[in-house]
Structure formats: C-alpha cells, structure tokens
Ligand binder design. Structure first.
Ligand code: HEM
Length: 177
C-alpha cells in the first residue's frame, strides 16, 4: 500500500518518517560534535552536516506535499487534550525541519564560508556580516535544540502509547504493518 488510508499509513509516509528521523538525528549529532572536532576532521564533518541538512530541507517539502495529498490516518485517541498536544508537537517538528537548515545556510553565508552540497558550491542568499555571526549561530543552535527536545518528547509519547495505553499508535507507523 503506497498511499495512506484513513486507518493506516502507506509505504511512502512510513519511509519519510523513519528515514528522515535517522538522517535528522545524525545531522543533530554532527552539529553538536562540530565544536569538539579537531580541525583535521572539521571540514569533512561540516560537509556531511550541511549536505544532509539540505537534504532534510528538500525532503520536508516533499513530505508536506505528500501529507497534504493523502488521507490522514484518523486519531486513535479520543482525548482532545492529547490530540491538541500531538498536533502541536508535529507543528514544532515541521517548523524545526525548515528552520534548522535555513538558519544553518544563513549562518554559513554570514560567516563568509562557501556552502558545499556534496562538493558542489551553492549560491549565497545573504551577505557575510561579522556583526551577526553570534546571533545567527544562536538561532541555528536554538532550531537544533528545538528539534532535539521535540524528538525526546515524541519518543516518550510513542513509548507511552505502546506500553501504557497499549494502542496502535506505534505499530501503525511500522513497516511490517
Ligand atoms: C535539519 C537540519 C539541521 C540541523 C538539525 C542542524 C543542527 C545543528 C546543531 C545542533 C548545531 C550545533 C549548534 C551549537 O553549537 O549551538 C549545528 C551547527 C552548525 N550547523 Fe547545522 N543543522 C542543520 C542544517 C544545517 C545546514 C543546512 C547548514 C549549512 C548549510 C548548517 C550549518 C551549521 C554550522 C555552520 C554550524 C556551526 C558549526 C560550528 O560552530 O563549528 N546546518 N547544526
């Protein structure tokens, strides 16, 4: 089943979910490691971080288009509060998946560094400006932290559904379901 139904997630939605989660966690890890990385490995680490970050940006656009052109599996929960909370968490996720790559790109531009996408140089969208380096770095760090904390919350919620409420929330996003 490629597309979603009102009961189940289809293959494409599941693929977006698990592959993007993996790439995102890896990008977050590399971002956090960047400040503790010796110069020798730093450029390579940033090349991978930046390129995968740009991939996340492209994928999140495709994912949203897919989400809007498919039925959304209905809420399992009847609790209004929990449903509102989960909508808020998804909104923050999508916001962060746009904000993190955009602020990262701007940060590179502001620092006057060339942005390489797996070795191919991309255009600058803002002028380099030393006065805003710190601010841009902070914005990017906050976007990354937002994603990290939301991820932790999302992970706990998945366990809560699976082991405490014992509902279908986690199983219906699994590949073999
Ligand atoms: C989903 C996408 C991304 C996530 C989740 C992410 C996350 C992070 C995190 C958590 C940090 C560490 C922040 C800190 O030290 O306070 C970081 C650093 C950084 N990121 Fe990203 N990032 C993403 C995409 C990008 C992109 C697309 C670029 C550039 C094209 C980029 C450029 C940078 C730069 C320049 C740093 C600073 C490295 C340093 O201080 O040495 N990031 N990123």
């Amino acid at each position: 089943m490629i597309r979603n139904t009102i009961k189940k997630y289809g293959l494409i939605s599941k693929t977006f979910h698990w592959y993007m989660a993996g790439i995102l966690l890896f990008v977050l890890l590399l971002g956090n490691l960047s400040e503790h990385t010796p110069k020798k490995y730093y450029d390579f680490l940033m090349l991978v971080h930046n390129s995968l970050g740009i991939i996340i940006f492209i994928l999140v656009i495709l994912r949203l288009l897919w989400r809007w052109s498919n039925p959304k599996p209905e809420n399992i929960n009847k609790s209004r509060l929990l449903n509102r909370l989960s909508n808020l968490v998804f909104f923050i996720f999508y916001f962060g998946m746009f904000a993190a790559p955009i602020t990262g790109y701007v940060l590179m531009n502001i620092e006057g560094k060339e942005v390489l996408f797996f070795g191919v140089e991309l255009v600058n969208i803002v002028e380099s400006n030393g006065d805003f380096e710190k601010l841009a770095h902070n914005f990017h760090g906050i976007a990354g932290d937002l994603l990290l904390y939301t991820f932790v919350l999302h992970f706990i919620a998945a366990l809560y559904h699976h082991y405490i409420r014992r509902d279908e929330t986690l199983t219906r996003i699994k590949f073999n379901n």
